[in-house]
Design a protein around this ligand. Structure first.
Ligand SMILES: Cc1cc2nc3c(=O)[nH]c(=O)nc-3n(C[C@H](O)[C@H](O)[C@H](O)COP(=O)(O)O)c2cc1C
Length: 346
């Protein structure tokens, strides 16, 4: 149904318009009495064998929605009906901001990829918190992906992360520190040893003040060298955070089928989808070879098939997330992955 009707319809519109149409349709359709129950019965795979206890949280299945699709926590209950075990909202910043000028999202259908330079367009952390407080479906895990405002200089970035952390603390199950988006100028410099240690250790101090501290993950770029990845490993161990999300989008444009001219015309931004599959799996492999089993790895980047998901899990990921694969393959992919994971266990 998605492949034959919904995707061809949505791909008639520019990608950002298609995103808004999908959100409106999902919200409208799932308001109809029993629509949520019927949709859940079609897509949600329930089994104790799929449950993953990671970082003190019980994930009903290992397949999550990656950050960026529901930046403003507008549709958590609706997206939960499609079979995800977790949904990561954000990236949110302390203050609302409009992001980069449009167009800022592009499809590369031949590569099953996207290029985006959204630039953390979001309504602000407190707006997301108000929406999350009203969510009804408590069966899935919700993560809060946090960043800094564009106008905040890197030297003051820690304060932005603390503000978001406190705004969301009551309404999310885990946090993700995003220092790896290529679309906020100089943000990725925060992946360097000194600023990153400062952000994570300050957040951990704030976390320790809470009655129940929440797991904090770090989301990293796929473009880091082995030396930089080794630094990340040391920082993760030193700051005792829960784990790493690998990876965000890449700035590389290697090995694309789409013509060089078309790609150049799209301009700057992060590339996601199939061209990212191998690199992100290799980053997971590297991290797992250096990190103890109790430090969680969430694998994301180019999962477009059940086999891609299994490869990430075999590389050492405890959980996985999708974004671009979900756009190209639809919600059936989530069910396929969960069924395949079940069949591998038996
Ligand atoms: C349009 C778009 C917006 C995104 N926005 C965010 C974001 O706000 N924060 C973040 O951490 N990652 C963001 N991402 C990155 C995804 O969460 C994911 O890490 C990346 O796309 C690789 O996974 P994929 O190949 O399954 O898409 C975004 C990706 C896309 C395509």
């Amino acid at each position: 149904m998605y492949k034959l009707f919904i995707k061809p319809f949505l791909f008639l519109f520019n990608p950002e318009k298609a995103h808004h149409i999908t959100f409106s349709l999902l919200r409208f359709f799932l308001c109809i009495p029993f629509a949520k129950q019927i949709t859940s019965s079609l897509f949600v795979v329930k089994s104790n064998k799929l449950v993953r206890n990671i970082a003190g949280l019980s994930f009903p299945n290992p397949v999550g929605l990656a950050a960026g699709l529901d930046k403003n926590a507008l549709l958590v209950d609706e997206l939960a009906c499609l079979g995800f075990g977790s949904i990561e909202i954000g990236t949110v910043t302390p203050k609302a901001q409009s992001g980069n000028d449009k167009p800022r999202l592009f499809r590369l259908p031949k590569d099953e990829a996207l290029i985006n330079r959204m630039g953390f367009n979001n309504d602000g952390a407190s707006a997301a918190a108000i929406r999350l407080a009203k969510r009804r479906n408590k069966n899935i895990i919700v993560g809060g992906n946090i960043g800094k405002n564009k106008a905040t200089p890197n030297e003051s970035a820690t304060q932005d992360y603390i503000l978001c952390f406190n705004d969301l603390y009551e309404v999310v199950d885990y946090f993700v520190v995003n220092v790896s988006s290529p679309n906020t100028p100089n943000l990725r410099e925060l992946q360097e040893k000194e600023p990153l240690t400062n952000i994570l250790s300050t957040l951990q101090q704030e976390n320790a003040k809470k009655k129940i501290p929440k797991p904090i993950f770090l989301k990293i770029a796929p473009d880091l060298t082995d030396t930089q990845l080794q630094d990340i490993v040391e920082i993760v161990i030193e700051t005792k955070i829960a784990g790493v999300i690998a990876t965000n989008t890449t700035i590389s444009r290697d090995n694309l089928i789409t013509s060089k001219q078309e790609v150049t015309d799209m301009g700057a931004g992060g590339l996601s989808g199939k061209p990212l599959t191998t690199r992100s799996t290799n980053v997971i492999k590297f991290l797992r070879s250096k990190l103890d089993k109790h430090i969680a790895i969430i694998g994301v980047g180019g999962i477009h098939s059940a086999q891609d998901a299994i490869d990430k899990l075999n590389a050492g990921a405890d959980l996985i997330q999708l974004y671009t694969g979900f756009i190209y393959k639809g919600p059936a992919l989530i069910k396929k992955i969960n069924k395949r994971i079940l069949s591998e266990i038996k």
